[in-house]
Design a protein around this ligand. Structure first.
Ligand code: NAP
Length: 464
């Protein structure tokens, strides 16, 4: 992937393409172009001229395709595309291909980065209703609707119909957009700053569940720096990770939080790797310093700092349940702090691999009865997630004098933590790990001390 020369913002109407496009262009000192504006220029008027009496869609799409080709002659531009670019089904008589296909062929080029903007359906619906009511955007025109659009009496019914038509088109276009795009950004919960100085993101697939935007944007607000900082979720598919990393440099993204499934695979695209992240073999934090990308791991500091609020770690006997991605950072952190670890896992061999990496004990679940003699129990299995009401540990094995830490954070209070509470043990929530790994990231991204209390409060309010 070459350094992108053009960024195309694709996606449905009312997803923030123009707003984000202008802010990004301002940040990068690039030009911003609205494709619909160029199309109307070709016709010597505004877009309303083309649509007033019902749109001649073949003519419209033909001009759109020509304009799109012209734009490829430009560089350092951000182009906001109309909703049908790359996904419409109007057939070009000459090539027998749809203009959607022709546009895709034009767009898919190493020098173009295609960012898809999405929003939740209910939010698009609400935004569209407002826009149609104010006649701010052109309707999905068929001739009869267009002719009626000046009829005041029929206005309400017409707005409803236009919104319905649009939402129907959206369901058809959604998968096509996703095929077209290199990166996807959900703008549902965005409050765009007027001018963007620092842009930070969290990447993963899926990504909508991530609480990182909430934590970081809250911290910006608490410190009064939300006018110049924005933290957004970006969905990056496995096969687009390399492109994304190149885009980080072009877009000047400052900090990148990384979640499943990229924590390990992203390492090969980075310029530098911190020594702790190297030992763990996973990165959850990337810092971009003048185009040089360095990978770090703050998951282990998240665990250690969450524990330190309740206990010392040195010389404590710590049982770690599970031997997946999270376990590696946890075991690394505890051992670094002088704790004595034994890993228990359903698949004993996997526990053995991590034990070998960090020089600690391990066993299978047949040895789990030993857990009674440990000071600290940390669950890093995914058991207890969602509404499962399952626990990775028999309640009878939990002792009153133990500290039980469940890194699962959804639900906040898992069955394991409920059981531990009932047994009188000290509990630590998974949200604490989330909080402290974020606190560390915040400092790395902004250079400022994180407002821990505010971040904690928002996490508490968000989760049940
Ligand atoms: P992972 O790599 O998929 O590992 C899952 C682990 O759970 C494996 O050791 C697996 O055992 C074990 N497991 C799954 N189902 C099991 C069952 N029915 N009985 C016994 N063991 C079972 O997942 P991960 O990335 O480590 O994440 C694990 C959990 O930590 C997730 O809930 C994740 O959300 C949470 N997490 C929280 C934070 C935070 O900040 N609080 C950070 C990272 C992760 P096998 O090896 O036998 O398959």
């Amino acid at each position: 992937m070459k350094k992108p020369k053009r960024i195309f913002l694709a996606g449905f109407r009312a997803t923030g393409k123009s707003t984000l496009g202008k802010i990004l262009a301002d940040k990068l000192n690039w030009s911003f172009i609205d494709l619909d504006f160029l199309i109307s220029q070709q016709e010597g008027g505004d877009i309303g001229v083309l649509t007033k009496n019902g749109t001649d869609w073949t003519k419209f799409r033909k001009i759109e395709n020509e304009v799109l080709k012209d734009v490829l002659g430009l560089k350092n531009v951000i182009i906001s595309c109309g909703g049908g670019v790359g996904v419409n089904d109007i057939v070009d008589e000459k090539s027998k291909k749809t203009f959607g296909q022709l546009n895709q062929e034009t767009l898919k080029n190493e020098e173009n980065l295609i960012i898809l903007l999405t929003s939740e359906d209910k939010i698009i619906k609400k935004r569209l209703t407002t826009l149609f009511e104010r006649k701010k955007i052109m309707p999905f025109i068929n001739k009869s609707n267009a002719l009626k659009s000046d009829d005041e009496k029929d206005g309400e019914r017409l707005v409803k119909k236009q919104v319905e038509d649009s939402m129907y088109a959206l369901t058809i276009r959604k998968p096509l957009y996703q095929e077209l795009a290199d990166i996807e950004i959900d703008t549902s919960n965005f409050i765009f700053p007027k001018k963007m100085v620092n842009l930070n993101v969290v990447i993963g697939d899926p990504i909508n569940h991530s609480l990182s935007p909430l934590i970081h944007n809250t911290a910006y607000k608490v410190l009064g720096i939300d006018k110049s900082n924005l933290f957004i979720p970006m969905k990056v598919k496995n096969n687009n990770l390399k492109q994304f990393i190149e885009a980080v440099k072009t877009l000047g993204i400052n900090g990148i939080s990384v979640t499943i499934p990229h924590k390990e695979t992203v390492i090969k695209y980075l310029d530098n790797l911190d020594k702790d992240a190297k030992k763990i073999g996973a990165v959850n934090t990337i810092v971009n310093k003048e185009g040089v990308l360095t990978g770090y791991n703050t998951d282990w500091t998240g665990v250690v700092n969450a524990l330190k609020q309740k206990t010392k770690i040195k010389n404590m006997k710590v049982a770690v349940l599970g031997a997946g991605g999270a376990a590696k950072a946890i075991v690394f952190g505890i051992i670094k702090e002088g704790g004595r670890v034994k890993i228990f896992n359903r698949t004993e061999e996997k526990a053995g691999v991590i034990a070998k990496m960090f020089d600690c004990q391990f066993g299978g679940l047949d040895e789990i009865f030993e857990i009674k003699d440990f000071d600290i129990i940390i669950n890093s299995t995914s058991v207890g997630m969602g509404n499962s009401e399952e626990s990775p540990l028999d309640k009878d094995l939990i002792q009153k004098n133990q500290i039980v830490f469940d890194v699962v954070y959804n639900p906040k209070e898992t069955k394991l933590l409920k059981d531990a509470k009932e047994k009188g043990a000290t509990i630590i929530y998974g949200t604490d790990m989330l909080l402290y790994q974020g606190v560390e990231q915040f400092k790395m991204y902004t250079g400022l001390d994180a407002p821990v209390e505010g971040m904690e409060k928002v996490l508490k309010g968000e989760l049940k």
